[in-house]
Ligand binder design. Sequence first.
Ligand SMILES: Cc1ncc(COP(=O)(O)O)c(C=O)c1O
Length: 396
Amino acid sequence: MSETIYSRVENGLDRIGCEGHLRSIPDIDHGNDLYLMHKGKRHKGKRLLNLASNNYLGLAGSESLKQAAMRAVETFGVSSGASRLITGNYALYDELEQYLCSFKKTPAALVMNSGYAANLGIISSLADRKTLVFSDRLNHASIIDGIILSRAGHIRYRHSDPEHLEFLLQKAPEQAQKILITDTVFSMDGDRAALPELVLLCKKHKVAIIIDEAHATGLLGLGKGLAAELGLDQDIDVQMGTFSKALGSFGGYVAGSRELIDLLTNRARSFIYSTALPPAVVGANLEALRQVEAHPEKGKKLQFMAGDIRRYLNSLGYNTGSSTTQIIPVILGESRKTMQFQEKLKELGIYAGAVRPPTVARNSARLRLCLRADMDDPEIELIKNAFKELDISQEK
Ligand SMILES: Cc1ncc(COP(=O)(O)O)c(C=O)c1O
């Protein structure tokens, strides 16, 4: 490494370390299974209930998705070989996009290489220097990066606060092109966007609306997302989501008008300049949608379980914030206490994510529980007993 790069790397690491934000890849294996394998020193070889992955329906390890992926490999090989606009297209892509259109009830759909790539491509294709993008303060990092890439004016409104949004809309120049973008289920808090109010405000102030259904797809609205659950899907200009969470696979999607998809096909650089997804992934994505359509009850069961666990945690005095979904934050405040609780949970047989600032606001460090539909009574008991034993009042 050259000296200049070496000192940059060293300074960078020192700075992250001093701020207490140094991250490393956890020592785990089989991280999408209901029980993952811990390989770290203290818990070596221990199987822990996995409450940290986004495999909300347990589809990632399902026989049906594995078989679909293998069939796709048998037919089309392991790589797409090029970007979709060159020679990377194959029949499964067309089938998947047609399925998406009928599933999401939109005239057109486009599969993108990840949810992250989808947000970058959508926002940078629709917004430019002259655009004002109104964005919830807790929107996902890929939305923030998309806005930065587009060079649009970035106006952040207070989390889930339509009144603040309206105040900011009223202050904005009337003639400016305006876009509103929001997660529908927020990934760190598990709460839902105030979509009915947002849709009304967008109509009133002539604002285009983009939604990110990453944590709602496959679960809410019979798997179609929060907008469909609320009967608002036809009021949304751009519906984006990902195959990488409840759908148990990989890749992102956009659903909307034919013209929108044609524009993205021509302008979204994350779509144009990247090799198309491999056949195994596209085959699995198609099967995942079929599974969700055939078994919408699994998403409902998960929300029911989440309600039960949330009520139990609240009865023990835990703060679960404004969660109303399968993502339940247990807000502990201090980072140190959160890390201690995470370790204790491992000893009790549970692996949960610990989320600290700067990912969440100061003094709101938390354990993030991501519940799964493939849990049953033993797992629910394990969670309840563990949190009872943890004891919110304990201070070390
Ligand atoms: C709200 C939201 N949008 C987009 C993404 C990115 O999706 P992907 O993991 O498919 O890139 C994520 C997840 O990381 C997310 O939580």
